[in-house]
Design a protein around this ligand. Structure first.
Ligand code: NFE
Length: 516
């Protein structure tokens, strides 16, 4: 009989995700038991229905309403909606509008990647109780020590039970053993909170506020370009840039050095999809180009080959449709169904999306792009074959490499802004039309598909990064990318499935987005 290993809910992600696995006992030479995951299910546990909310509304509300899908990546939804509307209206953003959208999105990516590494994932590796041995004078570390000590002292005494969340309680397991390394990473955990604030301020320079930008519109942005705004953004970008170079990169290397086995854990389906992101010229060329990896080979993206299955999803909408014809008919009690996520497929196959997919497809793309040099030099420095990127550590390393590419590009986009030039394109709303907005959110490929009738939204469908990654089985029974990545993962203690959590969190799931 297999052992059931369940994490419900999985914390330190956005939204409501349950992971159910079945694992087989494996005997080891030393007589100790361990468990190997044979099968996994990702269960998205909530329905929201944004696509239904949008029906019949003014299309110009769409970039505002869809941003409410998520507080972490609202900018990406705003931009995907604008791209879909621009296609339907037959317009392109102005020179400044394109660059401002890039700068807003760049800041959102940077805060997202920093929060993911330090605040969501690193404490799967860092031993927070090591702080109890700290005897130095760093103010922030002393405060963390008091916090953790109170939790440890009070635990089980019927007092305030868990006052050190998100540090304690936790799954017990093979955390980093070196006290100095643990304390250093905890100090960076606090520094990263400050950097995240700085990145949010960068977003707000051109977007009015964060989350939920008020300024992104089809054709550009309502916020004009001034020297003051350029300086406000650049001064903060320099701080984030220094953190990415001097702290984030070295810390990813520390994790990689401490856990080299995670270059071989959590590989998943190895087929990858990227829509491309950051319009890098008025001709629609993207900084990170679109591309697909299937069966180990790079191929050009064919967006008409995307479908969504619902065989195991809580929907009665027709299965296997292209999203431009998709429907959202919730069915909470449907038999066999175990998730509120649909199962998007590319050419009928599950594909992984996200920073790993972007960096690998860009690295292999025939188009010149900055990932070629940086992915190549990073692999060389680490002495790794590209194949190793399909892993838990590959996802963390890809996020850092991408942060570096984005920081460099943002400096250039600031130089290219033209103060005083129009930030947005004028346009007239057509009676009817259709458009697809394909972009990339921090967590991966994001698509919005829009149909207009009588100047109102007739149909709106989103396929969101985590819907790709955490999808349930498709109609043919093929598991989704995270479900596949969990197959074969070894767990030391089924009551403390830290190894499972590490794999799932490496995808940076956002269930709020995925179920939308
Ligand atoms: Ni809610 Fe999002 C990103 C989008 S994820 S965070 O990044 O789109 O599935």
């Amino acid at each position: 009989m297999p052992t059931t290993v369940t994490i419900s809910p999985l914390t330190r992600i956005e939204g409501h995700l349950a992971i159910h696995t079945e694992a087989d006992e494996v005997k080891q030479k030393d007589g100790k038991k361990k468990y190997r995951v044979r099968d996994a299910q990702c269960q998205g546990e909530m329905f929201r229905g944004f696509e239904e909310i949008l029906k019949g509304r003014d299309p110009l509300d769409a970039q505002q309403i869809t941003q409410r899908i998520c507080g972490v990546c609202p900018v990406s939804h705003g931009i995907a909606s604008c791209r879909a509307q621009e296609a339907a209206y037959g317009i392109r953003p102005t020179h400044n509008g394109r660059l401002i959208q890039n700068l807003i999105l760049a800041a959102n990516y940077l805060q997202s990647h920093i929060i993911h590494f330090y605040h969501l994932s690193a404490i799967d590796f860092v031993d927070v109780t090591a702080i109890l041995k700290y005897s130095g004078s760093d103010h922030k570390l002393k405060r963390i020590k008091t916090w953790v000590k109170t939790a440890v002292d009070n635990h089980g005494k019927g007092k305030q039970l868990f006052p050190a969340a998100p540090f304690l309680p936790r799954y017990e397991g093979d955390y980093i053993g070196d006290t100095d390394i643990n304390c250093g990473l905890l100090a960076h955990y606090v520094d990263a909170l400050e950097l995240r604030r700085v990145a949010h301020e960068m977003t707000a320079v051109f977007s009015g506020k964060m989350p939920h930008s008020t300024s992104i519109v089809p054709g550009g942005c309502t916020q004009g370009v001034t020297m003051e705004r350029i300086l406000a953004y650049r001064s903060r970008l320099k701080k984030v840039s220094a953190f990415v170079d001097n702290v984030y990169g070295p810390d990813v290397l520390i994790a990689a050095k401490a856990y080299p086995q995670y270059w071989d854990v959590g590989s998943g389906c190895k087929d990858l999809l990227c829509f491309g992101v950051f319009e890098d010229s008025s001709m629609g060329r993207k900084l990170i180009p679109p591309g697909v990896l299937m069966g180990g080979k790079w191929q050009a993206l064919q967006a008409d080959r995307i479908t969504e299955d619902v065989g195991f999803s809580r929907f009665t909408s027709p299965s296997g449709r292209h999203p431009s014809r998709g429907e959202t008919a919730p069915s909470p009690h449907k038999s066999r169904a175990y998730s509120w996520l649909k199962a998007p497929r590319y050419k009928g196959q599950p594909v992984e999306v996200g920073p790993l997919a972007r960096m690998v497809t860009a690295f292999l793309s025939p188009e010149d792009n900055p990932a070629k040099a940086l992915v190549g030099s990073t692999l060389k420095a680490l002495g790794l074959a590209p194949e190793k990127l399909h892993s838990v550590l590959g996802r963390h390393a890809s996020r850092w490499v991408e942060s570096k590419i984005i920081v460099d590009a943002a400096h250039r986009w600031l130089d290219e802004l033209r103060p005083g030039d129009p930030p947005a394109q004028k346009f007239k709303l057509p009676e009817q039309g259709e458009g697809a907005g394909l972009t990339e959110a921090p967590r991966g490929a994001l698509g919005h598909w829009l149909t207009l009738k009588g100047r109102k939204i007739d149909r709106y469908q989103c396929i969101v990064p985590t819907t790709w990654n955490c999808s349930p089985r498709d109609d043919s029974g093929k598991p989704g990318p995270v479900e596949q990545a969990l197959q074969g993962v070894e767990v030391a203690d089924p009551k403390h499935p830290l190894e499972v959590a590490r794999v799932v969190r490496s995808f940076d799931p956002c269930l709020a987005c995925a179920i939308h």
